[in-house]
Design a protein around this ligand. Structure first.
Ligand code: BT5
Length: 328
């Protein structure tokens, strides 16, 4: 049977303190008790603390702070579009690059690639994304949306709102969004989004959304160049955050908002985005590879583009770029 561990972990979670017997598990999964025992041993080796009690059966006492595909699938429960397939690497160059190769080879929509560490994590425009082992969520999602290339910013907006909701659900924090792809707390970067796509002239073939969330980095973990401008959930809450729980919440929110996006309800997402965005209403300077636009950021439109009123009163529509927010 595929994913026996998913079923075992799901049954252990559902049973909670009551425990579940080896016989029951074996019957349910159609395998021998010895096979169940072997899997329990393997899960223990991975860091799951599982008690074997002669009366109560197996009980899950604690789970490791390790991202494991079967554990995430068990936590996610029912089948969903985002997270239908999950692949986790201990280390890879860039999860966006792996996802791109998979998408090119036909991987299905909703496939997720995670890595405990990235050696060549990427930001926009060839910048680097610092992705040390075991301290963050470095994740990419393959999407095949029915959107035109100029609407791709909708995906970044949808993703930003999902990241915000997941962080809020797990930590209680309410971060800010800086258009188009930064999640900040107290003006420091907590998470970044890298949206890339393969497109024809009139339609997106596939898109990869890459999400990096700084979770358990301590002050001493940062390279000097990033220290002043970056932060993590550990630094903001003073608590160690359970990464599998956060990854699960993030996948659930992405699934929820992607369904909204697919059912033509981008305006609902955009409203939520506006409520948390600190870019709109401010004087901004936006640098794109081809031009510099200065003015007041007024809103985002139905494609996720930023509408900027320039000094001569015109509205400029900007779909990407580096934003500097000017002090009043
Ligand atoms: C981003 O780029 O913010 C997009 C980051 C996306 C990272 C994810 S991780 C999973 C997936 N796989 C990848 O290879 N990438 C995605 P940008 O707006 O260009 O910001 C990059 C800048 O942020 C860098 O030039 C640094 O100044 C800063 N930076 C780098 N690593 C950081 C970190 N961990 N936390 C905060 N700031 C960081």
């Amino acid at each position: 049977m595929k994913h026996v561990d998913v079923h075992i972990l799901r049954a252990l979670r559902a049973a909670g303190g009551l425990g579940v017997s080896g016989v029951e598990l074996a019957q349910k999964l159609g395998v021998t008790r010895a096979a169940i025992w072997a899997r329990i041993e393997e899960l223990r080796r991975l860091g799951f603390e599982i008690e074997a009690n002669p009366h109560l059966g197996y009980r899950l006492l604690s789970t490791p702070d390790v991202l494991l595909a079967d554990d995430l699938l068990a936590r996610l429960g029912r089948r969903r579009l985002i997270g239908s397939e999950i692949i986790v690497f201990k280390e890879t160059g860039s999860t966006n690059d792996v996802a791109d190769q998979l998408a090119r080879a036909g991987a299905r929509e909703g496939t997720i690639v995670l890595a405990e560490a990235q050696t060549r994590g990427r930001g926009r425009l060839g910048r680097r994304w610092f992705s040390p082992p075991g301290k963050g969520i470095w994740m990419s999602v393959i999407l095949r949306p029915r959107l035109q290339p100029q609407q791709v910013t909708q995906l970044t907006v949808m993703c930003a709102v999902s990241v915000l909701e997941a962080i809020h659900a797990v930590t209680g924090l309410i971060p800010e969004i800086k258009w188009p792809n930064d999640i900040l707390i107290r003006g420091r970067k907590l998470a970044g989004i890298l949206t890339e796509m393969e497109a024809e002239l009139d339609r997106i073939d596939y898109a990869i959304i890459g999400i990096g969330v700084n979770v358990n980095m301590d002050a001493c973990d940062w390279p000097p160049a990033l220290k002043a401008g970056a932060t993590s959930l550990l630094l903001e809450t003073g608590r160690w955050i359970d990464r599998p729980a956060l990854a699960t919440a993030l996948i659930q929110q992405l699934d929820r908002y992607y369904h909204l996006l697919k059912s033509d309800q981008f305006s609902v997402i955009a409203r939520e985005w506006q409520a948390h965005c600190t870019t709109t209403g401010k004087r901004v300077v936006i640098r794109t590879p081809t031009r510099i636009i200065a003015g007041v950021a007024e809103a985002i439109d139905q494609d996720g583009a930023l509408l900027v009123r320039t000094h001569d009163g015109q509205i400029e529509r900007v779909i990407g770029g580096d934003v500097t927010v000017e002090r009043d």
